[in-house]
Design a protein. Sequence first.
Length: 559
Amino acid sequence: MENMLARLFSALCLCAGIHASEKPNIVIFLVDDLGIGDIGAFGNDTLRTPHVDSICENGVKLDHDLAAASLCTPSRTALMTSRYAIRSGMTSVIISLMSPQGIPASEHTLPQMLQEQGYATALIGKWHLGWNRQLFDQYYNPLKRGFDYYFGLPYTLIKDFGGSSEIMVDFGFVGKLYKVLGICLITSMVVSRLINNKLGITMALMTLIVMGNYIFTLKTFGIWNSALVRNDRIVEMPLNLTSITQRLIGEGQNFIKSQHAAEKPIFLFMSWLHVHSYVHPQPPFKGASQHGPYGDAVEETDWAVGQIMDTLRELQMLDNTLFYFSSDHGGDKLEHDEEGRLVGGWNGLFRGSKGDGSHEGGIRVPTCVQWSAKLPRRKLVSEPTSQMDLMPTLASIVGGRMSTDRSIDGKDILPLLTGEATRTPHDFLFHYTRNKISAIRYMPEENGTVYKLHYLWPQWQPGTDTWASLGDQVFAIYIPLSKPLLFDVAKDPREEKPLDTSIEPYSSVVKSIEEAKRSHEKSLTDAPRGYVPNLHEYTNPLRSTFVEYAWQMVTDAMK
């Protein structure tokens, strides 16, 4: 009893010290498409990740941490707002900078909360939360969502930027357009022969002009989207992949040094382009790992993390810096390069991958938190947590404001990190596939079990946990299960042994989950309608950043 009271007193003192002390610097390292099995601290013994491992070793390892979605845009939206992406209409991936979609101005974001507390804020790397709403207005620029400084890609990294295989070919769009073009031309020939020769020729010319525009734009997709931006200016197009990782490191280091001189607390979001395909490792990492280009990129990213940490160490800022390392979702098991080599991540023992909305392989992420001045070392948290918890946890630490006029889905997990609490603050976590609830995780308070009820199940290849192709996954129609499958993921993390539907606890657990589902859905009544991708918007050259870049150069020349 005395030992328990002593531990409780120590934890309370620690929490009190957090709130009373100087605000910490905050650095987020977010890797793109990294699998939970790719990091040494999470079980990988063939890839070298000493710097990330050191964050886990010197801090708190969260081995049941979850992305709010298994795809980039909705996952990152949830991390930035502490709200499920459906609440802001961001359930679809932004697949082009020509899309008018983006994170709404009405959302209160993590960097905005920290700005209000006197932090200097910077985003270095990938954004992927929108760019122009109308022509060249940069309505969704990170500078308008809480960042003081921005250097990186408004979009994301794709094979079109460095490889020979276009993403739109993978999606099947170009092939479908060729078929439509063929049908239209044959129809024009029939009209020309049977009805009116001039009408047939006119139809053929119009078909060639319209379809030619679509096909040309899709085949040059990489040109329209390969923009590197500093603040509100495009500084490079197309992107030079041979130097980009080093440039991201340099930008991060310069931001740290400039704000150190200004004596302001910093919030630095290092949003790495690795390890999303097209992977682009450079010497000395190129060819150095046991797992080809993907493994090389993992090791290069770990080195990049170390470079940022070394800068903070040199400036004697390391102890009072809170590091948060994670991936935006699970690894991509479908990703192969032009030579057929696997260039996607390893999700450990979990089934599924990026794009599989509710399976562990798509949403279980390798997360560690280090704050040497305040948090314990070598602590393991196995309770379910969410990336949406980051914002309310940081708000608790710095005294920040969380919105009270809307639903906040994240929780303050500071007591879990310090050891004051031993149970997750979440009773339920909802997992989405696009705009549909595909599974719900339930943590009953009394027994420590982690139930997960699946409403949808991916149409994987028989006997596997993967799709036949990227196109199959992207265009899949998810059919609801006739009877939802219930798993205890604490005992069955691979989700291979569903509980018997005819005996307890199936009925009582499902009843509790259904009640939570109805309550959650009621909270979505004011959610905006999710954006539906429109092919015309993605293939309209007038909306492209290439045109924006050209216009920028013209206006600069006229000054």
